[in-house]
Design a protein. Sequence first.
Length: 366
Amino acid sequence: MGIVGKLRSLITGTPTPTSPKAMPSGQPVGVSRSGTSPAHQVPSEANMVEQGWRLGDWFTPDCLVSIANAEGGWDIARERMQKVAYEITRPEYPASQQEWFRSFASGVVANDPLYQSTIRKVKAAITAHPGVMQSEIYKGRSEQEKEGARYVLYFAEALGAIYREKSGRSYRLYLSAPNSGHVVPSNADTSTTASESAKPEDFYGPAFDRIAADIEWSDTARGQVWATVQPLIGQAPSIAQKSLMPVWPEHFSWPAGEEALSKANQPVSAKGFAKLLSIETSKLAYNLYRVQQTRELYEDPALVKARNTVMIEHQCAGYDVPENPVLMSAEEFRSATVAPCRVIGCQWNISTLNQRGLAKRGLTAP
């Protein structure tokens, strides 16, 4: 059962068996941030105990904060959220705790790039065909893609972005309840994050500019590629690759891209370059977002005190990294210029740590 099924069972109250093999021995460590984001609303361990909630292998403040801030990427965040859902549906977890997690999960999903990119397409389809069957959305999709669509549509209704009306074994989709007099605009922002907070899509342009700076091509070619890839960033690379092929320039030079494809034993071809550009732009945009998100975090003095160490990790294949990880205090980070690594293929990550997180990694605060 996927994450949608698990969260639906929270609503119906139907317990679902869980596998002990899914449980970790430790707890992931995450990042808090200020404002009204889901991470900021995670209760402390003491508050959870005071409310009579159960702490589990996955239902812990650190794990929930890491989910809210998608530490390690959204694929990992979704996996962790599913594991929390598996755990919390057990009957020994109080109903108030289960209801809180459902609300928390909805807030997290509103920030998920997969949700944000998919809901725009769903709204466009509903605008063109009000009452379109949900099963039509699934046509021609793999099982994995169908589960992703179910994930988006379920939370879209929970967040008020669409209305689903039961019809046989499927649902009809609307931008509002029929005859309700209220319509959700097709471009409505249903995110629960404050509008001034940074979002990954805010950095698509800067990320593309940085990647494209290493490519020798005409301004026309660059403009055509950007116009094509912009709405596809964050989606499956194969989708962007297919769309880019008709506009990919015949004459260009990208030495760093050629080197990366050769090292990965991938074809050095227009097809390979198009896919690589999509992957690297998406990755760099997310990393630029994480830097800004961390800066927003440290606008809250209480969180500066609670998680006073910034850790930057990067792994560049074939390159010597003199200091890894790099540790700096929150104060140093706030005055420093921090930019994600631009080396193609580098696994770069920024996170914040409290004293327990440092100790678990055998690190000392700077």
